[in-house]
Ligand binder design. Structure first.
Ligand code: FAD
Length: 379
């Protein structure tokens, strides 16, 4: 029996059913094609906007649903259950939009959040560069003030929604002499002169996600495109990263849970040596271990969802959730794949794709090693 989830009420259940139906109708039939294309359609963004799946927590005056973070978690859980790893909705709704809503001027919020909620404008965030990822203090992209403009020069890589996005938050140095304390967050629209999209990168998993290189060659944007105050960008990143890390942990637990379900079903159908694979004691023990781990992760993550709803999720708890759940996901998916035998290596089986997709969870939003560094600071 899965652990009882106390964080959701009846309204959440109704929303979950609607999200599950949306996934079956608007995502599952198209996902294989999107994987071949390396990008999801813009149409699915518009449909998600119409169905109320985007910007759940944004205030109603900015086009959001004004809902609690549990609704964001539900979208992640339901997309994970159907292996829909191509959708960049979480990055857009639960990372990019909160930066704009928390730090942006009234003018920026009114300009960008309503079309983002409708799926008309797609968002991305550019932290990582070819030379720096874990160590964001090493960002080389420069934003230089020239009259009423910022002039931005630099290169970013591994950017989710990189081909589809219309609007990017760019992490840039506005005062390199101050190191991390000279970092700012600046909005760059994709139609600005000097902005160029590079390759849509080929990856081990997340095949339908348009993870891309981006180039900024003397891109001019108005000074009013800055989010919050100049040189405060690093502080804003530290404030928002717990939420981003919790998104990874939520996905990890949902992924482990559904992988166990697939594997129980598969091993109860498949036979070897005159009995169902499930009947071997090894299978039962492995699946019992997996289930126990997923349920322990579920309880910790649900507690973090509750903390975030109360505005109390801190760097330490988010790092623990991200570290443990993504590592647990890796172990569980490996065991589940093993129990599928050779079929577990075939792309047409959901476990195979989930296994490939899961690997990134220990790397992005901060690697496992970086999570350990953070946790150790609290010891
Ligand atoms: C599919 C995908 C999507 C992504 N989406 C985005 C996005 O939308 N926006 C964005 O900005 N970025 C994105 N990223 C980038 C991602 O966040 C970085 O890849 C990640 O933070 C790691 O940085 P790196 O690749 O530079 O690795 P590095 O920092 O070079 O790390 C290499 C290795 O060194 C280890 N290491 C580094 N520092 C330490 C230390 N102090 N102690 C011990 N070990 C250490 C790391 O843990 C890792 O094992 C994405 C990446 C991928 C693959």
């Amino acid at each position: 029996m899965p652990a009882e989830r106390k964080i959701y009420g009846e309204d959440h259940r109704i929303f979950r059913d609607a999200v599950a139906r949306f996934m079956e109708r608007e995502v599952v039939p198209y996902h294989d094609q999107w994987e071949k294309d390396g990008v999801v359609s813009r149409e699915v963004w518009l449909k998600a906007g119409e169905a109320g799946l985007l910007l759940s927590t944004a205030a109603e005056e900015y086009g959001g649903a004004g809902a609690d973070f549990g609704y964001c978690a539900i979208v992640i859980e339901e997309s994970t259950r159907v292996n829909a790893s191509g959708l960049g909705f979480q990055l857009h709704s639960d990372i990019v939009a909160p930066y704009i809503e928390t730090y942006g001027s009234e003018e920026l919020k009114k300009a960008w959040l309503p079309p983002m909620a409708k799926g008309e404008i797609i968002g991305g965030i550019c932290m990582t560069e070819p030379g720096t990822g874990s160590d964001l203090q090493g960002v080389k992209t420069r934003a230089v003030r020239d009259g009423n403009d910022w002039v931005i020069t630099g290169q970013k890589t591994f950017i989710t929604n990189g081909q589809n996005a219309d609007l990017f938050i760019v992490v840039a140095k506005t005062d390199p002499s101050k190191g991390a304390k000279g970092t700012s967050l600046i909005l760059v629209e994709a139609d600005r002169a000097g902005f160029k999209r590079g390759r849509n990168l080929e990856k081990l998993g997340l095949k339908a996600q348009d993870t891309s290189e981006l180039f900024f060659e003397d891109v001019r944007v108005p000074v009013s495109n800055i989010l919050g105050e100049e040189n405060q960008g690093f502080r804003y990143l530290m404030e928002q990263l717990p939420r981003e890390r919790l998104l990874s942990a939520i996905r990890a637990v949902a992924s482990a849970e559904v992988a166990i379900e697939w594997t129980v079903k598969y091993t109860k159908e498949r036979e070897a040596f005159g009995q169902k694979i499930f009947e071997f004691q090894n299978t039962k023990f492995k699946l019992a271990e997996c289930h126990a781990q997923a349920q322990m992760g579920r309880v910790y993550v649900d507690n973090c969802i509750e903390l975030l709803r109360e505005g109390k999720l801190d760097l330490e708890a988010a790092a623990i959730a991200k570290l443990w759940c993504s590592e647990m996901q890796g172990r569980v998916l490996d065991e589940c794949l093993q129990l599928h035998g050779g079929y577990g290596y075939m792309w047409e089986y959901p476990i195979t794709k989930a296994y490939a997709d899961a690997r990134i969870n220990r790397i992005y939003a901060g690697t496992s090693e970086v999570m350990k560094l953070i946790i150790s600071r609290y010891l």
